[in-house]
Design a protein around this ligand. Structure first.
Ligand code: C2O
Ligand code: CU
Length: 487
């Protein structure tokens, strides 16, 4: 059985949040003994390609485009270094932890072997400051993924980066490909993500009410449809590829070229609406899986979700905008195919005010469907919580105090996601993808306020897997649960 007290110490159960020891790495009685063996080394099979990288996580300063911030990042950039493999490759990544605290790396969306999943307390020990750790896994499925730590609210620093798994069968019906990483940014602007969480948690403790800079507006007025209230934090900056709109990333192409965009929401507390001025986008994939292509002027993307879209570019300069849902400001990059004056950093493409596609309305491609099968078991995933005090829970208790979901290998398992809160939660399951009632395959799905959604997964990857809200503040304040295979 799990050692609950140690697990909640490492992963931020409510008892820990209440005392503000959020990324606890200090154990007064010295380091706790390891519960996790060093994973067995993987050797490449005959003909298997090996993709190797060395990653450094450390404190650094970054120029967001005229604004310099002190933060933590992989490889001194945000987004961090792109890792690219082909489906079936053996991926070997050594992480050097030069941060002042524990960390880990989670390979978001990849159905990898459990020991490489990067969740301290569940699949490995935390990687202590000053040491290194080797991740080895086979990346089975093509798609757009990303990686980030699974410790505290480190994701809301600069510690995130794209991970692309190419499909050897993919015809590649486009001329160019761009990775577009969205983020909400606070670190180094006078407070850190740990400060933000402590402020929200602290407001619970003394009952003194709303605190400076926190978006409490939803408590009185609610957000705009369809997601109701969708975030707790007002961010000073929203970024595309690490740049603010006043000094944007500029993507160059020729008129008439067809581009594949791989769009990743690495934000911690923000759903974005994405639009490219003057163009419709054709959405082709979500969370790595092909969909029936669908044209959209704009679409929503929740934290942890990925959408791929193709577009044939016109002649000129066009804003690629990600508008934070229910919040002020925006992220913007520029696409330049010809002469022209760059649009204003606050430009609002008309597409944002037309119909906006919700990812859950996409239909799967035939090849993406799970074979039809009735569920062998149903597990309730009941989401609850509140802002004041700042507490979030699954199945009635915060992580560390809730009972792991228990499933059997080989079963078709239905997760009944039931959202009993006034907020939208991007729910993510590690190590698996699930099918929505339409058959759409995803690993992260937006569950709207006071609504429920049944998703089915095939229990084909034994281990202990985190299931949680990808609002990192909600997760850290308790909105996580383990999904464990029975031995
Ligand atoms: Cu990107 Cu546990 O998640
Ligand atoms: Cu949430």
């Amino acid at each position: 059985m799990q050692d609950l007290s140690r697990r909640s110490l490492l992963l931020g159960g409510m008892a820990v949040v209440g005392t503000g020891a959020l990324t606890a790495c200090s154990n007064p009685s010295g380091p706790a003994p390891s519960r996790f063996a060093i994973p067995a080394r993987l050797q490449p099979l005959a003909g298997q390609r090996v993709v190797e990288h060395r990653l450094t996580a450390r404190a650094t300063s970054l120029d967001l485009g005229g604004t310099t911030v002190d933060t933590w990042a992989f490889g001194d950039t945000a987004p961090g270094p792109l890792i690219r493999a082909t489906a079936g490759d053996l991926v070997r990544i050594r992480l050097d932890n030069q941060l002042p605290t524990d960390t880990s790396v989670h390979w978001h969306g990849i159905a990898l072997r459990n020991v490489a999943d990067g969740v301290p307390g569940l699949t490995q020990d935390p990687i202590p400051a000053g040491s290194s750790y080797l991740y080895e896994f086979t990346a089975p499925d093509p798609g757009t993924y990303f990686y980030h730590p699974h410790v505290g609210v480190q994701l809301d620093r600069g510690l995130y980066a794209p991970l692309i798994v190419d499909d050897p069968q993919e015809p590649g019906d486009y001329d160019l490909e761009w990775v577009v990483v969205l983020d909400d940014w606070v670190d180094g602007t006078g407070r850190t993500p740990d400060d933000v969480l402590a402020e929200m948690a602290g407001a619970a403790g003394d009952g003194s009410g709303p605190m400076g800079g926190m978006d409490m507006g939803h408590m009185s007025m609610g957000g705009t449809p369809p997601f109701g209230d969708a975030g707790d934090v007002d961010y000073p900056h929203y970024l595309i590829n690490g740049r603010v709109p006043t000094a944007p990333d500029v993507l160059h192409a020729k008129p008439g070229q067809r581009v594949r965009l791989r769009i990743i929401n690495a934000g911690s507390d923000t759903i974005f609406t994405v639009a490219l001025g003057g163009h419709d986008l054709t959405v082709t994939h979500t969370d790595g899986f092909a969909v029936q292509p669908r044209a959209a002027g704009a679409f929503y993307i929740g934290m942890g979700e990925r959408y791929d879209a193709t577009v044939t570019l016109a002649d000129g300069v066009f804003p690629l905008v990600a508008a934070p849902y229910g919040k002020q400001g925006q992220a913007m990059a520029l696409i330049r195919t010809g002469a022209g004056v760059a649009p204003d950093p606050v430009v609002r493409p008309a597409e944002l005010d037309g119909p906006v596609l919700e990812g859950a309305d996409l239909q799967p491609s035939e090849a993406s469907r799970l074979p039809a099968r009735e569920p062998d078991s149903t597990e309730l995933v009941h989401l609850s919580g509140q802002m004041m005090p700042y507490r979030w829970a699954i199945n009635g208790a915060p992580f560390g105090q809730n009972e792991p979901l228990l499933i059997d290998e080989g079963d078709r398992v239905r997760l009944h996601l039931m959202n009993m809160t006034g907020m939208t939660h991007p729910m993510h399951v590690h190590g698996h993808t699930f099918a929505l009632p339409s058959g759409l395959r995803k690993d992260t799905v937006l569950v709207k306020p006071m609504s429920s959604l049944a998703v089915d997964l095939q229990a084909d990857n034994p281990g202990a897997w985190m299931t949680h809200c990808h609002n990192i503040y909600h997760a850290e304040a308790g909105m996580m649960i383990a999904l464990n295979y029975r031995p």
